[in-house]
Write a protein that binds this ligand. Structure first.
Ligand SMILES: [Zn+2]
Length: 152
């Protein structure tokens, strides 16, 4: 969606450059402004269509966060940006933390705020790097090192 808006903005600005011979600095500002305007218009359009269809049902709202988490990305429900995982640092921008974010969108506490693959990978890593096994392997390395130096 953003891509399309950006494309539109680019085209509009390109048109201006062709017609009015805008400098590249001016074009940058123009592009930014055009994009912002298009985004605002788009948001207005979206909220307008929402109003026409009535408010989303409870079910649709609870489905919202499910849709925000996909295999490779999680979409921030506040700003629509996508991440591999939704960090506390990012949520702070919206005056939220993970707990507040979950509460706001009805996300269960057990749901990790990261893409499905990131969550799976973390689980896999946690399984692989068990603290006691790690300690054992470190001891193993130390032993081999000791042997190696003994040979010398
Ligand atoms: Zn955000």
């Amino acid at each position: 969606m953003t891509q399309t808006l950006l494309e539109m903005a680019k085209e509009l600005v390109a048109e201006q450059i062709r017609q009015y011979h805008v400098s590249s600095d001016e074009a940058q500002i123009l592009l930014r402004n055009t994009h912002a305007t298009l985004q605002t218009l788009h948001h207005m359009e979206m909220s307008g269509s929402h109003a026409m269809n009535g408010t989303p049902s409870e079910e649709e709202q609870s489905e919202g966060w499910r849709k925000s988490i996909s295999k490779y990305a999680i979409r921030c429900m506040e700003c629509g940006n996508t991440f591999k995982q939704l960090s506390t640092r990012h949520l702070r921008i919206h005056d939220l933390d993970a707990r507040g974010y979950r509460a706001k969108y009805g996300i269960p506490r057990t749901q990790a705020l990261s893409s499905l693959t990131a969550t799976a990978r973390r689980r896999e890593l946690a399984k692989q790097i068990r603290p006691w096994e790690k300690a054992a392997s470190i001891r193993g390395v130390a032993k081999t090192k000791a042997k190696a130096s003994a040979k010398k």
